[in-house]
Design a protein around this ligand. Structure first.
Ligand SMILES: NC(=O)C1=CN([C@@H]2O[C@H](COP(=O)(O)OP(=O)(O)OC[C@H]3O[C@@H](n4cnc5c(N)ncnc54)[C@H](O)[C@@H]3O)[C@@H](O)[C@H]2O)C=CC1
Ligand SMILES: O=C(O)C(=O)COP(=O)(O)O
Length: 361
C-alpha cells in the first residue's frame, strides 16, 4: 500500500499519553486540545492531517468538509459520533480500536447487573445519609436467573462468560454471529420474540444503527416478564428512553442500569433521577488498562498507515471474520474502518465509495 503522509494530528479528547508519544516518536506533530466547541473545532481542524477522538467529539459532515483530513482515528469502539459516510466520500480513512476496551465495558456491564440485583448504589447512598435500612434494600439472587444478551459480539461474549459464573442462564440474539458459535460460549440463540418473555435481565451490546434504535420499546417491553431489569452499556437510544421511563413507572421494568444516554450529559433528568435507575457517566471504557490499549493501538495504526504497512480488514462487524483482505484490497472493496493486524482483532467494514483522493488504492 502506498504510504499516506500525515504530519500533523489533533487529539481532541483525553486520550492516553502513549498515543501522543508514539506519534511524536514517528515524526508526527501532535496538538492536544480538549473541550472545544463546534465552532472552535471547525476553525482548528483546517491545520491537521489527522484527528484522534473518543466519543464526545461529534465529527459531523460540516467539520469533515471544513477539514483536509486524511484520517480520523477513534480511540475506542463506537464510531457513531463520526459521519463515516461523509468521511468516506472525501476519501478519509476512519479507523477504530475495537478490542481495546472490550473487557472494561464487559466488567462495567456485570457491575451494573450485580448492582441492580442487590441495590448496592442505593444502599450505599442510604448509609452515607446515616441510615441502617436492611428491609428496604432486600434483593434477589442472580443465580438461576435468565440473562438475555442482545448483540453477541466482543462485549456480549465476555458478559456471558462472567455472568455464567454467577449461575445465570445466558440466552441471546445476534443476526450475524452463528448460533453454533455462541453455543460454544454457553449462549443459546433464539429470535427476539422468543427471548423477550424468558428474561429476568436484558443487556444490549449492539452498535447504534438505524436497525438497533429502539430495540427495546413500548411493544417489546410489553412482551417481557413483568419486572424485567435492563442494562445499557452500549449506546443511548438502543433502549428507547421514553419507553423505558414508562415501563419503570408502570413496574413492567423493575430497574435499569444505564451507562449511556441519547444526549450526553442527559439534559432530561427523569431517567437518572428515577429511584430504580442506577447510572454512570459513560464509564464503560474508563479504566487505565482500556485507555492505555486504545491510545496505543490508534497511534500504532496511524503509524502503520504512514509507513504504508499492510493492514488487515474483515468484512464483518463481528469478531468472526467472514473474509479478510490486505488494507488496499479492502479499500477497493468496501472497507473504511480498519483494525490493525497485530492486535488480532477484526474490523468493521462499511460501504466504501472512493479512496482515490488519498491514492490509497
Ligand atoms: N459504554 C462504553 O463505554 C462502551 C460502549 N461500547 C459499545 O458497545 C457496543 C458493542 O461493542 P462490541 O461488542 O465491541 O461490538 P461488536 O461489533 O463486537 O458486537 C456487536 C454485535 O452486535 C450485533 N448486532 C448488530 N445488529 C444487531 C441487532 N439488530 N440485534 C442484535 N445484535 C446485533 C453484531 O452482529 C455484532 O455481533 C457498541 O455500541 C460500542 O460502541 C463499546 C465499548 C465501551
Ligand atoms: O468505545 C466506545 O464505543 C465507547 O463508548 C467508549 O467511549 P469513550 O472512549 O470512553 O468516550
Amino acid at each position: 500500500m502506498a504510504p499516506i503522509f500525515i504530519k500533523t494530528v489533533l487529539i481532541s479528547e483525553s486520550v492516553d499519553p502513549r498515543c501522543k508519544t508514539i506519534l511524536e516518536e514517528n515524526g508526527i506533530r501532535v496538538t492536544e486540545k480538549q473541550n472545544m466547541k463546534k465552532d472552535e473545532l471547525m476553525a482548528e481542524i483546517k491545520d491537521y492531517d489527522g484527528l484522534v477522538v473518543r466519543s464526545a467529539t461529534k465529527v459531523t459532515s460540516d467539520i469533515i468538509n471544513a477539514a483536509n483530513l486524511k484520517i480520523i482515528g477513534r480511540a475506542g469502539t463506537g464510531v457513531d459520533n463520526v459521519d463515516v459516510d461523509a468521511a468516506t466520500k472525501k476519501g478519509i480513512i476512519v479507523m477504530n480500536t475495537p478490542s481495546g476496551n472490550t473487557i472494561s465495558a464487559a466488567e462495567l456491564t456485570c457491575a451494573l447487573l450485580m448492582s441492580l440485583s442487590r441495590n448496592v448504589p442505593q444502599a450505599a447512598m442510604s448509609m452515607k445519609q446515616g441510615n441502617w435500612d436492611r428491609k428496604k434494600f432486600m434483593g434477589a439472587e442472580l443465580y438461576g436467573k435468565v440473562l438475555g444478551i442482545v448483540g453477541l459480539g466482543r462485549i456480549g461474549k465476555e458478559v456471558a462468560s462472567r455472568m455464567q459464573s454467577f449461575g445465570m442462564r445466558t440466552i441471546g440474539y445476534d443476526p450475524i454471529t452463528p448460533p453454533e458459535v455462541t453455543a460454544s460460549w454457553g449462549v443459546e440463540q433464539m429470535s427476539l420474540e422468543q427471548l423477550w418473555p424468558q428474561c429476568d435481565y436484558i443487556t444490549v451490546h449492539t452498535p447504534l444503527m438505524p436497525s438497533t434504535v429502539g430495540l427495546l420499546n413500548d411493544e417489546t417491553f410489553a412482551k417481557c416478564k413483568k419486572g424485567v431489569k435492563v442494562v445499557n452499556c452500549a449506546r443511548g437510544g438502543i433502549i428507547d428512553e421514553a419507553a423505558l421511563l414508562r415501563a419503570l413507572e408502570s413496574g413492567q421494568c423493575g430497574g435499569a442500569g444505564l451507562d449511556v444516554f441519547v444526549e450526553e450529559p442527559p439534559q432530561n433528568r427523569s431517567l437518572v433521577d428515577h429511584p430504580n435507575v442506577i447510572s454512570c457517566p459513560h464509564l464503560g471504557a474508563s479504566t487505565k488498562e482500556a485507555q492505555a490499549r486504545c491510545g496505543e493501538d490508534i497511534a500504532l495504526q496511524i503509524v502503520d498507515m504512514v509507513k504504508g504497512k499492510k493492514l488487515v480488514g474483515a468484512v464483518s462487524s463481528t469478531p468472526l471474520a467472514i473474509a479478510s483482505f490486505d488494507f488496499g484490497t479492502a479499500c477497493k472493496m468496501s472497507s473504511v474502518l480498519c483494525q490493525q493486524h497485530h492486535t488480532g482483532s477484526m474490523c468493521e467494514v462499511r460501504p466504501f465509495y472512493t479512496c482515490k483522493a488519498n491514492k490509497l488504492v
